[in-house]
Design a protein around this ligand. Structure first.
Ligand code: ZN
Length: 796
């Protein structure tokens, strides 16, 4: 299938204007859905084309006359165009189970069916024929025929609903990749706020969970809404605000105008922890900020993904803290997000936060750039920009930009112009080094005698807080420094431990001097400030990845300070990083079990010392090699530290026991029946695949190669098939995975990401790394190729 190129998009955008869509979707048939669209547009050229993916029984009329031109399964050529045109495309299209298109899901808990259009870059054409590029923004009027017992949600308010027919009000001009339609017997909680109808919706079998969390979800929604209404000059741009918790979404959430979709894992059964509530609040704030950044003002082409994502990511963390009352959100950013961005910025696939349009030559390449650079490094850069130019000037520039380009498209240059006009500072020069150059700087601590000196290796100016501690890491003093070409002497702090960027205002590697680092090794757990501790844990995770820190010194830090850790994000992320990237990159496969054991010992010590029981128990369930301990938990339905086994913890225990060879297929099936939900089906799939036998691996593989396996089931099986401790047993499946990858990737860009994420977790030896190199020398589709290249860079 051809992937839309920048040149094609520019040609089409130059010719077309005044585009609008009337879309009619018929969901009554279970095999295929009906898709009829009337596209109206003005055109200055004789020909163009519409995209439509895998349409069946396609008929096209142009200005009332039938069009016979060959439809190749991807594009509908349109020739002989007039100044104003009306095209009608009628087709039947397939439903999907991979999250790229009209996704269907049947809930095993109650047999109810849900149908939602999950679109995004290059995917709307799987739902109706369209000009699938974001700079041809258009009003969309939607009519849907569906089961009369259902609720149907879309980007705008329902204008009319009679029996099985829903008609929605025309939207303002919106980018085509943010169309949405969610149909099914949703459980809905609706309310009014700010003069708008709002709602939270989830599938019926999660009604109890939505009801449990509704007051909080509503409060966060209202507080974020009021906050944005206060800081932005432009009013909320749409006529409704629904938030739908949907099954099997590939992304965390999607910022469709007026109707945001979230993966429904955000309302887990059983308990929801403080850490999960905080990150959910962050995502709610992130998506709502997109209503202005991305939806009201949209990038022109995909080089400016960062304009949406960096901004939303920055706002998500800041606003969930400032407006929704979740203190300490930046702690999570430092430890779970920033290390990923530093790793990404060292790969060959790194790119500037804002690349040139020519560096994103087609939409497949665009799909690969929804990465840690566009989200995390970009958000860090914006945080640095705000630190450097001040909140007031930043918002003045942003507001001028939003007003000037409302309901239209804009570029980096437009935003920089607006910020520059609002600030006495040289924003253009700042943007050149921060946004146009890839790679990251390092901030090092040196000593001149006893006096600490900060040195920058790199090209960017940095403004940040530097903190001085005594030998026991008790804070003594802090000051703001501007570090550029000239080193900064910290007179008055002779002999002190110093930590630059201890609150994370800038984006750089931090390299402490030996005096400071050994104080951290001795006293990290005692350091009071959560944010400074998260910066230091992140520094350790980064240093072990770059081989600047020996694995043994890193593990000693875990042994010594994890048990005393108080912040739940720090506990869970350090454990996941240790059992994930640290193992797969730095620890030979035969030592994987020993590392699990060390982490388990640290978690038990944390529990015995009175550490957060839920977080340490969940972590222990990932690491424990003590089958008796885990069996006891299952039998008692609670851990040794009296934490009840809710579904999430119970499935971790079941998977772990299965992985240790201590649970057979019959016992796993009993657990699945006992659970009875889609989540239970997935838990069982992972547990079955985890069993350390040849037969179990063969059965798991057979599921992966089923033609229509769903995205979630694929991920669940892969999560059990090749864990770090089963390298020898699972080795045979690495070449098979590499061989099958390109075939799987043909299903679509989102499924390609699922396949990439499923890469074997065990440590690859030299011969296995060569297999990966050989696979990359062959024909691998763009999105999957990017994943595999990144794995190669991360593990060598
Ligand atoms: Zn986003």
């Amino acid at each position: 299938m051809p992937s839309l190129t920048l040149a094609e998009a520019r040609t089409r955008a130059a010719q077309l204007s005044d585009v609008s869509y009337d879309v009619e979707i018929d969901l009554t048939d279970l095999q295929t859905f009906g898709s009829r669209v009337t596209v109206r547009f003005a055109c200055t050229g004789p020909e163009t084309f519409l995209e439509l993916h895998r349409g069946q029984d396609v008929t096209v009329t142009l200005n009332g006359a039938p069009v016979d031109a060959a439809y190749d399964g991807a594009r509908i050529p349109l020739t002989g165009l007039a100044e104003r045109n009306e095209v009608v495309v009628d087709a039947r299209l397939p439903y999907v189970s991979d999250g790229d298109g009209m996704h269907t899901f049947t809930d095993p808990a109650d047999g109810e069916r849900y149908v939602s259009a999950y679109v995004g870059v290059d995917i709307t054409q799987r739902v109706f024929a369209c000009f699938d590029q974001v700079d041809l923004k258009a009003p969309i009027t939607l009519r849907v025929v569906a089961d009369p017992a259902w609720t149907v949600l879309s980007n705008s308010a329902v204008a009319m609903n009679q029996a099985d027919m829903w008609e929605f009000a025309p939207t303002p001009p919106i980018p085509i990749d943010l169309f949405v339609l969610c149909a099914g017997p949703w459980h809905s909680r609706t309310f009014q706020h700010g003069g708008l109808p709002m709602g939270w919706h989830a599938r019926r079998s999660l009604a109890a969970e939505l009801d449990r969390d509704f007051d909080e979800l509503r409060r966060i929604t209202e507080q974020c809404f009021d906050h944005y209404a206060g800081i932005f000059d432009e009013p909320f741009p749409f006529d409704t605000y629904d938030q739908v918790l949907v099954p099997e979404l590939n992304w965390g959430a999607m910022e469709n105008p007026g109707c945001v979709t979230f993966r429904d894992e955000f309302i887990p059964r059983g308990r929801i922890t403080e850490g999960e509530r905080t990150s959910r609040a962050m995502v709610i704030a992130h998506e709502m900020s997109h209503m202005w950044f991305g939806d009201l003002v949209t990038q022109t082409w995909w080089e400016d993904i960062w304009l949406n994502e960096s901004f939303a990511e920055y706002m998500g963390f800041q606003v969930s803290e400032d407006a929704a009352g979740f203190a300490g959100t930046w702690v999570g950013f430092q430890i779970t997000h920033k290390p990923r961005a530093l790793v990404a910025d060292r790969r060959r696939s790194t790119h500037p936060v804002a690349p040139l349009p020519e560096d994103v030559p087609d939409v497949d390449t665009a799909s690969t750039n929804f990465d840690a650079i566009s989200y995390v490094k970009g958000a860090s850069a914006l945080r640095q920009l705000v630190t450097w130019m001040g909140d007031e000037d930043f918002l003045a520039g942003v507001n001028a930009h939003l007003t000037k380009h409302r309901f239209a498209n804009a570029t980096l240059a437009d935003l920089v112009d607006a910020l520059d006009a609002a600030s006495p500072r040289e924003v253009r020069a700042w943007a050149e080094v921060w946004l146009r150059q890839s790679g990251h700087d390092a901030i090092r601590v040196e000593r001149d005698g006893d006096v600490p000196v900060l040195v920058r290796d790199g090209i960017r100016p940095h403004r940040f807080l530097v903190t001085a501690y005594d030998d026991a890491l008790v804070e003594l003093d802090r000051r703001v420094v501007d570090l550029d070409v000239e080193p900064v002497r910290l007179d008055g702090w002779a002999g002190r431990v110093v930590v630059p960027n201890a609150h994370g205002e800038t984006f750089a590697r931090v390299q402490l001097d030996e005096l400071s680092w050994s104080a951290v090794e001795d006293g990290l757990g005692a350091l009071e400030d959560d944010l400074a501790r998260s910066v230091l844990w992140a520094t350790a995770v980064d240093a072990v990845a770059t081989r600047d820190l020996q694995v043994e010194r890193y593990l000693a830090l875990v042994d010594r300070h994890l048990p005393a850790e108080r912040h739940v994000d720090l506990i869970s992320t350090v454990v996941e990083a240790t059992l994930g990237p640290v193992l797969s990159k730095r620890v030979p496969a035969h030592d994987a079990a020993a590392v699990h054991e060390r982490v388990a010992v640290a978690c038990r010590a944390g529990l015995d010392a009175g550490g957060d029981p839920v977080t340490f128990s969940r972590a222990l369930a990932l690491a424990s090699r003590d089958a008796e301990e885990l069996r006891r938990w299952l039998a008692d339905q609670r851990t040794d530290h009296d934490v009840a086994l809710d579904p999430q913890l119970r499935w971790r225990v079941v998977r772990r026991l299965a992985g240790l060879g201590e649970l057979d297929a019959r016992a796993i099936e009993e657990e699945r029946r006992r659970d009875g939900t889609s989540n239970g089906d997935l838990g069982a799939a992972t547990a079955l695949a985890s069993r350390p036998t040849e037969e179990a691996k063969a059965e798991a593989w057979a599921v992966l190669v089923e033609g229509d396996v769903s995205n979630r089931r694929f991920s669940a099986v892969a999560a059990g098939l090749w864990p770090a401790e089963q390298a020898e047993l699972a080795a045979a499946y690495l070449p098979r995975y590499l061989e099958a990858g390109p075939r799987w990737a043909a299903r679509g860009p989102a499924f390609s990401q699922v396949v990439g994420h499923a890469f074997p977790a065990f440590h690859l030896d030299d011969a296995q790394l060569d297999l990966l190199r050989e696979a990359l020398a062959g024909d691998v589709p763009t999105v999957l190729r990017r994943y595999w290249q990144d794995v190669l860079d991360d593990r060598t």
